[in-house]
Design a protein. Structure first.
Length: 210
């Protein structure tokens, strides 16, 4: 089955929800329109009040799947809906976000065809008690994901150091590309930022698939 010329970003939440990950993914999705014919976001809707599919004015498609989110700390996505959406999307690039929540890592394991990119958004701590318990439980699965993903993009050098400290696997992989976004990312277009990391065209980005 051929992959669609597209990128899918997976995030626990997306605007109108407010937060750092939400803002980061929203801005990246908008800029990715320069590189891909289709740009989609798969996210959750713990309220069940937002539309399942949203087409935005700037050409994005937002897919919201049902989830359970106790105290809105952790988001347990419907695995059936998540798998079905990934299978339907068939993206060249799957960019998963947020180490500290379930949708991104789960999607990373479900998809076996796309080129994987992982942005952890890890700050070194989990604030809620439930979050700490769950993270301890599924941390071994994240270790397996780290071994699988060919490219990790951290939002700061601080995060990159935390990731290397938490997952020793990172130090052992010679074929892993670990990238740190520069401050200019917030001011530049996505294309300019990719060029600064050796990516100049959509084909270069798609070529990260191994």
């Amino acid at each position: 089955m051929d992959l669609v010329d597209s990128i899918v970003l997976v995030s626990p939440r997306y605007p109108p929800y407010i937060g750092g990950v939400e803002t980061h993914v929203s801005q990246m999705a908008k800029r990715a329109r320069k590189f891909f014919d289709h740009v989609s976001v798969i996210t959750t809707d713990p309220s069940w009040h937002l539309g399942h599919i949203q087409k935005t004015a700037d050409g994005l498609t937002i897919h919201r799947i049902r989830s359970f989110a106790p105290s809105e700390n952790y988001h347990f996505p419907s695995p059936i809906e998540l798998f079905a959406q990934l299978k339907e999307s068939r993206p060249h690039v799957l960019h998963i976000h947020a180490l500290h929540d379930l949708p991104g890592p789960v999607a990373g394991f479900m998809d076996s065809q796309s080129s994987l990119i992982f942005t952890p958004h890890y700050v070194g701590r989990i604030n809620s008690r439930l979050g700490r318990v769950l993270f301890k439980a599924y941390r071994p699965l994240v270790h397996k994901l780290i071994k699988k993903v060919p490219r990790i993009i951290c939002t700061s050098r601080f995060e990159a150091r935390l990731m290397a400290r938490l997952f020793r696997t990172l130090r052992q992989r010679s074929n892993l590309s670990l990238t740190v976004l520069t401050a200019s990312f917030r001011k530049s277009t996505l294309g300019e930022n990719l060029q600064s990391r050796g990516f100049s065209t959509r084909d270069d980005w798609r070529g990260t698939r191994t």
